[in-house]
Ligand binder design. Structure first.
Ligand SMILES: Nc1ncnc2c1ncn2[C@@H]1O[C@H](COP(=O)(O)OP(=O)(O)OP(=O)(O)O)[C@@H](O)[C@H]1O
Length: 347
């Protein structure tokens, strides 16, 4: 398979906003910026399997949204020269849905299950046997007359992605031969992500401009790419088309992204925690109600970065704002406030 060059990608990028996400995905391990540990570990898993002529062990990718889990699954299939079949945990409500998917796999295919922690129990149990023995037991009929028919399936590699590896059951987690823990990106890595995307999308950006976007992207490439597109809009409409540092700052002010990269929801969560609950501790469900969001959104989208930025701590008694959170909101922290959130972080 020949890879499109930057020029072809650039032409494709003009088709529409949604397609841009696809266009910007790195296509090979060598193109994947950041995550050096996961890349090195995966390289070994894939190369060793290639040499032995067998499908690699099942892979679990875990980490907050937008860090490149889907991109990595696509790269795994591309590096193996295999077809990629994509589904998600919530789509596998019944075991039959999964059986249909598994029985259509060709030898060596890669099956990607996004949000694998949300898979329904019967489908999960079917997956155990499929992962271990490349076999499924299809139950025909009901009640005492029900029989189970074993069905061979082609050897395949499962790539599961999850934002909550802790929510996976032990038996499912144990069946993955390799777990890649995706970490937040450094500013320097995000700067490379922004410059690569600007090249593909034909956006003129200067080095201080890309560094400013990187710094405000909450450690997340998807956010970096999204901010770059909004800066592009601003640069084209209100400036001379070039994304300088001043243009980036002005654009991100319009889009409510603050100095640290926190958006409206992040600030709403911190605001509620500090102003309505005196800095906590407060349960995540109560906090979510206060900001009008789903608890999973607060827990999986906002909190990981707020914890990493040292503003929020997850303690056994609930969420607590740190002194940095009070200060970020321009408020005086009370005397008794957590000094080092890292010491208290608990899932
Ligand atoms: N290492 C990287 N280098 C360059 N761009 C990246 C990288 N990782 C992710 N991206 C960009 O970020 C976007 C989001 O990546 P992706 O969809 O793979 O994340 P994800 O972790 O699977 O998120 P989710 O779990 O929310 O689907 C992609 O469109 C891609 O352009």
């Amino acid at each position: 398979m020949t890879e499109p060059d930057d020029e072809t990608l650039s032409a494709l990028a003009h088709t529409g906003e949604q397609d841009v996400e696809v266009t910007l995905r790195p296509k090979k391990l060598g193109e994947f910026i950041g995550q050096p540990r996961v890349r090195e570990q995966l390289e070994l898993v894939l190369e060793s399997a290639r040499r032995r002529g067998v499908p690699p062990d099942h892979v679990l990718l875990s980490g907050p949204p937008g860090l490149g889990k889907t991109s990595m699954a696509m790269i795994i299939a591309a590096e193996l020269g295999s077809a990629l079949r994509i589904t998600s945990g919530p789509a596998l409500e019944r075991a039959g849905d999964l059986a249909a998917m598994l029985s259509n796999l060709a030898p060596g295919d890669v099956l990607f299950i996004d949000e694998i922690h949300r898979i329904a129990r019967p489908a999960e149990e079917m997956l155990y046997l499929a992962m271990e023995d490349f076999r499924v037991d299809v139950v025909v009929g009901k009640g005492p007359g029900a029989t189970s028919i074993p069905l061979e399936i082609a050897p395949f590699t499962l790539v599961g992605a999850t934002t909550r590896s802790g929510a996976l059951t032990g038996p499912l987690r144990d069946r993955f031969g390799f777990t890649g823990q995706m970490e937040f990106y450094s500013d320097d890595e995000l700067d490379q992500v922004v410059r690569r995307a600007a090249r593909i999308l034909d956006i003129e950006i200067d080095p201080l401009g890309s560094a400013e976007i990187a710094r405000r992207s909450r450690g997340t490439p998807r956010i970096a790419n999204r901010l770059l597109r909004r800066v592009r809009d601003y640069a084209e409409v209100r400036a001379d088309g070039v994304a300088t540092k001043q243009v980036v700052r002005a654009a991100l002010e319009v889009y409510d992204v603050d100095e640290l990269g926190l958006d409206r929801l992040d600030r709403a969560v911190l605001g509620a925690l500090v102003k309505s609950f005196g800095g906590g501790p407060v349960g995540v469900s109560t906090l979510a109600v206060a900001v009008g969001e789903e608890p999973t959104t607060v827990e999986e989208v906002c909190e990981p970065y707020l914890v990493r930025a040292g503003m929020l701590a997850r303690t056994p008694r609930g969420r607590v704002a740190t002194a940095a959170a009070w200060e970020h909101l321009g408020l005086q922290p009370p005397e008794r406030v957590l000094p080092d959130p890292g010491l208290f972080d608990q899932p």
